[in-house]
Design a protein. Structure first.
Lengths: 279, 286, 271
């Protein structure tokens, strides 16, 4: 189906010297325009999974099809990486140039975009992440959230269809985290397909689909409401539900008639008010 | 033990065109047994403040005293100060350098000039206190451990100096939720065992559940200082500073639209009790 | 905090000299150096001085900044001067000091060699003060790119330079942090004998190397993800173009060389 932009079929991947598969018989589909969260403990295989999607690593068995292209096809590797951009965890270790503008240009230079076309695309990309006024700055003088937004601009300028985020907010403070997450959420609303790896349940709760990984396998998939309905269910994978979901569950257990599916403060406030009005 | 800041100002590269004042006229006192959380944005001066606590930075103006004595005075041994006040940096695992975990943890005690016997005892004790099994881990290379384990080894390296006060800069940063919880529990354990704790943190939820006192920094100045209840009672002010407040506080603020007398809940348990009281079996006010 | 350090000598202002094409600037420096070596007698240095003064004026650099670049070389300068003063020999004694004789030839030679050195340094500083390191690297890459036919890695070298420039502040900051973290564990980086101090650096250097390697791995991965595959087929954001001001600079420099060569014929005296 044309609608399915990323398709993994029975994919296995093992690192050299590793005892077991980092990604183990994974089947996974991402629909065009969707924002998908991948959760799991450190070492559960989340990062390996996204690196398979843009061909940074190739599956030992099974197939990965990204935007209709098989990642095993040598001839397509640069096309795949241009269409599926990736932002990494450490904001310091992915910017190449000494000036923001030059860094955003990096991917364009690599893919042979004509020089005359670059300034316009760079400006557009920096505008989309609200960093245009920092175009002439040195990256090391920016905050963590700003650096990550520059990294996003560097990908955006290449006009991808898919953006992969490998714990892009893990090293940021709450303000930086909000800046980056809101930027990505906005890009997704404008049509970007997003795969968002995170440790923050609140972020996962705002995605359309959540996959949980454990020991290299996808063990649970569904909407956030489905995945976060029961604290007990997540225990074997040593994960927790968002704080408001936990609170709702405790209240339900005590006999308060709150519905399932409460994930955020807004949900909680709305449902509490509705319930109080009925009482 | 009593650590006091008296009108401390710190200016980086004073006198150069790049000079920048990181903290301005800070006065505060920390006493034995406290669990202080230091919060604020990146660049608000928290880390600069923390690095004054064990004389890693010297005030440009004002003074820092430990039990009444200026710690930056000539004749005061910096090593003694740093033994009494341990500082764990953010992403502390980046400081590991020895071939084995045991040797790395021994680095601090060794610098204190202790006997080999005493060093061994302390290494065992410190590893145990951070929840690592000495027999399993002592002879391994710190570089082959998981991220969370490396963080613990680094913390053990400071604990092994047996500080009276422990200053931790974002001890749980970058870990997964369970790793975070484990580190937070460990820090609470240190506090219960009698160590004074100062914790720099971004996570308001962690802070609300653990600290006995909260200090809020903004643009190099101390803006709020008090118990979690007192500080978060002013949740609106924190939100205005673009700082996070615990989720329970945000919930309380939202619910006050309906119930203006809804209490400001700082911890999850309080939110649970307050909601239960209003929602269970018709007890709710309309 | 180390975040405000400036790398190299670059003095970031706007001026016609700053705006010159870096390739042209590098070539002009080479021409200038040749010119300085061609200076036939002391009078010729007046021409060099005038040329440099003009460049300095146009670049809007404070003169003291240019002079400051001589400071690290002062010992070598003094040494060069004294060496030439006493060991040139010659027939025209000026002063007898007993252990050595000062000659006119010695004095002239000493002046000539010292001035040559001074002007070489001032000229090179002119380039580094008015050209950002990255721009300089860029210029070098393009000047050297014809050498690719003999497998000279011009692009790779330039990329390495750029990355080094990008990461030096980051690593300095990191070094500062690790040093503090080890000090917090009682490490002493300041006192002790040379050997002890060298040994005390281990707790700083090992973590720094570990971190640099980790960063390098991360960066390589990020560059690959952004389609980096060497210099082939690469386009550039900044297109270098030789413009009118570059031609003017070239013309002035050509005139400068001509004046130096012709100086003995124009000027009636010879010193």
């Amino acid at each position: 189906m044309a609608d399915e932009i990323i398709v993994l079929k029975d994919v296995c991947y093992k690192y050299e010297d590793a005892a077991r598969n980092a990604v183990d018989h994974v089947d996974l589909t991402v629909r065009r325009g969707e924002m998908t969260a991948v959760l799991g403990r450190n070492g559960s295989g989340k990062s390996t999974l996204v690196k398979l999607i843009n061909g940074l690593i190739l599956p030992d068995s099974g197939t990965v099809t990204t935007d209709g292209m098989d990642t095993q096809d040598d001839a397509l590797v640069w096309d795949i990486r241009q269409r599926a951009g990736m932002v990494f965890q450490n904001p310091d270790n992915q910017l190449v140039a000494t000036v923001v503008r030059d860094d955003v240009a990096f991917g364009l230079e690599n893919t042979g975009v004509p020089s005359e076309e670059m300034p316009g695309r760079i400006e557009q990309a920096l505008k989309a992440v609200n960093m245009l006024k920092y175009a002439e700055r040195a990256p090391h003088l920016l905050s963590g959230g700003q650096k990550q937004r520059v990294a996003i601009a560097g990908i955006l300028a290449m006009r991808p269809d898919i953006m992969l985020f490998d714990e892009a907010t893990a090293m940021l403070d709450p303000r930086g985290r909000r800046e980056v997450f809101d930027t990505v959420r906005q890009l997704n609303r404008e049509g970007m397909t997003v795969v968002w790896i995170t440790h923050f349940m609140e972020e996962a709760a705002q995605c359309e689909t959540v996959h949980i990984m454990h020991d290299g396998a996808v063990v649970l998939s569904g909407t956030p409401q489905e995945v976060f309905s029961d604290r007990k269910r997540l225990e074997p994978w040593r994960l927790d539900v968002p704080p408001m979901a936990a609170l709702a569950q405790r209240l339900r257990a005590a006999g308060v008639a709150l519905p399932e599916g409460i994930l955020s403060i807004d949900d909680m406030t709305r449902e509490v008010e509705a319930l109080a009005a009925r009482l | 033990m009593r650590l006091a800041f008296e009108h401390v100002t710190h200016t980086y590269q004073a006198g150069s065109p790049f000079q920048a004042t990181a903290i301005k006229d800070i006065s505060l006192t920390i006493n034995s047994g406290e669990f202080v959380a230091l919060i604020g944005h990146t660049g608000s001066g928290k880390s600069t403040l923390a690095q004054h606590m064990n004389a890693l930075l010297t005030p440009t103006e004002g003074r820092v005293t430990l039990d009444g004595r200026n710690i930056n005075e000539k004749g005061v041994s910096k090593r003694d100060v740093r033994q009494r006040i341990g500082l764990v940096f953010q992403y502390a695992e980046t400081q590991l350098f020895e071939e084995t975990v045991a040797k790395d943890v021994a680095f601090g005690p060794k610098n204190l000039g202790l006997s080999q016997e005493e060093i061994d005892t302390r290494v065992r004790e410190a590893l145990e206190r951070v929840g690592l099994a000495y027999s399993e881990i002592a002879e391994r290379s710190p570089f082959e451990l998981s991220g969370g384990q490396m963080r613990r080894v680094a913390i053990a390296g400071v604990i092994a100096m047996r500080p009276e006060m422990l200053v931790l800069d974002e001890p749980a940063a970058g870990l997964d939720p369970l790793g975070r919880q484990e580190i937070m529990r460990m820090v609470q354990g240190f506090h219960r065992a009698g160590t004074t704790v100062v914790m720099v943190s971004h996570s308001m939820d962690d802070v609300a559940e653990t600290a006995s006192r909260i200090i809020v920094m903004d643009q190099g100045q101390l803006t709020l200082d008090g118990t979690p209840e007192a500080v978060f009672a002013d949740a609106e002010r924190l939100v205005a500073l673009d700082l996070d407040v615990p989720q329970t506080c945000r919930l309380s603020l939202a619910l006050r639209r309906r119930w203006p007398d809804f209490p400001m809940c700082v911890r999850m348990d309080e939110a649970y009790e307050a909601l239960l009281a209003r929602l269970k079996g018709g007890k709710a006010h309309a | 905090m180390l975040e405000n350090i400036t790398l190299g000598q670059y003095y970031p202002i706007k001026s016609p000299v700053h705006a010159l094409d870096p390739r042209v600037k590098i070539l002009l420096l080479i021409a200038y150096i040749t010119g300085v070596f061609l200076v036939p007698d002391l009078t010729g240095f007046i021409i060099v001085l005038l040329y440099l003064a003009l460049a300095c004026r146009l670049s809007r650099l404070p003169f003291r900044l240019l002079v400051k670049s001589l400071k690290p070389l002062r010992m070598i300068l003094i040494f060069t001067f004294i060496l030439n003063l006493f060991f040139t020999g010659g027939e025209t004694p000026l002063l007898n000091l007993g252990f050595a004789t000062l000659t006119k030839e010695g004095l002239l030679n000493a002046l000539r060699y010292s001035l040559r050195l001074v002007f070489l340094v001032l000229g090179s500083s002119m380039l580094t003060l008015t050209t950002a390191p990255v721009v300089l690297t860029d210029g070098l890459e393009r000047l050297l790119s014809p050498l690719k036919v003999i497998h000279f890695p011009a692009h790779e070298m330039a990329m390495m330079m750029t990355i080094a420039l990008r990461f030096i502040p980051t690593l300095l900051e990191e070094a500062d942090k690790i040093m503090k973290a080890q000090s917090a564990r009682g490490a002493d980086f300041e006192s002790g004998k040379l050997f002890e101090r060298a040994k005390a650096m281990v707790p700083l250097l090992v973590p720094l190397f570990v971190s640099a390697f980790r960063r390098a791995g991360d960066l390589a991965m990020a560059m690959e993800a952004r389609c980096y595959h060497g210099g082939e087929g690469r386009t550039r954001l900044n297109v270098l173009k030789v413009e009118r001001r570059d031609w003017i600079a070239i013309l002035i420099t050509a005139l400068f060389i001509a004046l130096i060569v012709l100086e003995p014929r124009i000027v009636p005296w010879h010193v």
